[in-house]
Design a protein around this ligand. Sequence first.
Ligand code: SF4
Length: 279
Amino acid sequence: MEVILAKTAGFCFGVKRAMDMAGEQVGKEHIYTFGPIIHNEEVVEDLKQKGIGVIHSLKEAADVPPGTIIIRSHGIDKKTYTKLLELGWNIIDATCPFVKKIHRIVEEESGQGTQIVIIGNEHHPEVEGIMGWCKTPPVVIDTDEKAFHFDKKNVKKLCIVSQTTFNYKKFQDLVEIITKKGYDIVVRNTICNATEDRQTEARALAQKADAMIVIGGKNSSNTQKLFEICKEECENTYYIQTLRDLDLNKFSCAGCVGITAGASTPNNIIQEVHTNVRI
Ligand code: SF4
């Protein structure tokens, strides 16, 4: 059996950076992350064992004596950021620079009176954060239907940005629908290369594999998208969190097994799966 591990599987630059910044705080007191640092329960648990807890909301942040709080790579909205400072927290901002760039774009463009359209999932923390840097209410679109129904009276100029982990092809499709509506549009493709590269490699791998394994946390939207892409190309695609979820019998007849993993999947989990599938 041939087993091919995608080169782009696992931590992207922004997540690695955030994990490194959190790692530097191990051993210090009163350290928390604002929300789970990444979408991976094992990693969050490991950090907890090392003394880095999770604060889930501003209310929780107000209820404990302030210490140091690490903003994860998804970023947060401006109001929450300001409020944490007011509460006396020392902030370590591990927002991915690519996400920070979107914050700057929407803040600047909305400040000039441009309507912001965010292509993404409005319930995803990254998008919630981006929304919170807009000076006027943005519109969030993630389906053809929403794009078709998009109709803003008295709006001339639009600035379209994307959630960094959004599917590139779907982004193009939605932009095309909106473009036909005749607004003056600035499109900023803010999908980061890490996501595009991982998706492209996953699709190519799934096309030649008899079975695909996609590894990632069950709440990770980028892993979910990776799974959808692989499933389109390869019916035998399996979504697992760790080796424990893997039924190796399913691969006994496969000539070629491909493995990829979401941006928040630690390398040790990927390696463990890789090693065991090869045996
Ligand atoms: Fe940053 Fe891209 Fe990783 Fe998101 S996927 S954290 S934008 S490097």
